[in-house]
Design a protein around this ligand. Structure first.
Ligand code: ZN
Ligand code: ZN
Length: 243
């Protein structure tokens, strides 16, 4: 297994193909316990670091009270989406699982993680459609898959609502968010998304899905795009939140 600082190299198509071939040929080994038989056993999934309450019911920041200070104040710092949930913290084996899926092509980790994510979606959100955060076309070509879309597909199946991969487009290449500070992240994403679907009436309530969230800037930019196209209730779901 390569150290984490090599993970970027797996964006290279040849390495990705090799990783996929290896995944196909070798028996699966659980990320947590190392035993063969599954990418993540159910009992091992239950041992990942959970995003424990109490947390703000709007932005999912850890802290006491139903809403955090920022969201209760309702000022410009309040996130524009209507709610955020993640089943896990972005730490320990949950962090490893997300990174292995994103950079090393171990996409078999995503459906079990996605099932945990679907389980924390509040019923009162009344989601009508699940919309994955798209990758820019160039990045999609190099990586060969969109991890957010794989998660979103499983979430949609669990919730019994349609998946819509066409509604949102990433219209500009942006530097990877991980390389930027909080303020730069928000600026980096301004105008990054555009919602289409003028041919279809916009859904009243959409659930955006990504693999991991830090400042929420990606979800905010995508929420603005969906609202501009007529969807008013927009919620956000990721596998893990970097607190
Ligand atoms: Zn296991
Ligand atoms: Zn909050």
């Amino acid at each position: 297994m390569l150290p984490v600082h090599h993970i970027g190299a797996f964006d290279h198509p040849v390495r990705r193909l090799w990783a996929e071939a290896a995944e196909f040929l070798l028996p699966q080994r659980c990320l947590v316990c190392g035993r063969f038989g599954a990418a993540l056993h159910a009992r091992c999934l239950a041992r990942l670091p959970a995003a424990e309450p109490p947390r703000c019911l709007r932005c999912w920041r850890p802290g006491p009270g139903a809403w955090c200070e920022r969201c209760a104040a309702g000022g410009p710092a309040t996130p524009v989406f209507d709610g955020l949930r993640t089943p896990f913290e972005f730490s320990g084996d949950a962090r490893r699982a997300v990174l292995e899926a994103k950079f090393r092509g171990v996409t078999t980790l995503l459906p079990p993680l996605a099932r945990s994510a679907a389980a924390v979606v509040p019923a009162e959100w009344a989601v009508e459609v699940v919309v994955p955060i798209p990758l820019a076309r160039g990045r999609y070509r190099t990586r060969g898959y969109n991890q957010a879309e794989i998660v979103a597909r499983e979430v949609a199946r669990r919730l019994g609502v349609p998946l819509d991969t066409k509604r949102l487009r990433r219209i500009q290449e942006t530097p990877p968010q991980a390389s930027l500070g909080a303020e730069a992240r928000a600026t980096n994403l301004q105008g990054a998304f555009m919602a289409s679907g003028a041919d279809l009436p916009p859904p009243a309530g959409a659930l955006l899905v990504d693999d991991v969230t830090t400042t929420g800037a990606t979800f905010e930019a995508a929420t603005r795009a969906l609202r501009a196209a007529g969807t008013h209730r927009v919620y956000a779901l990721a596998l893990a939140r970097e607190d």
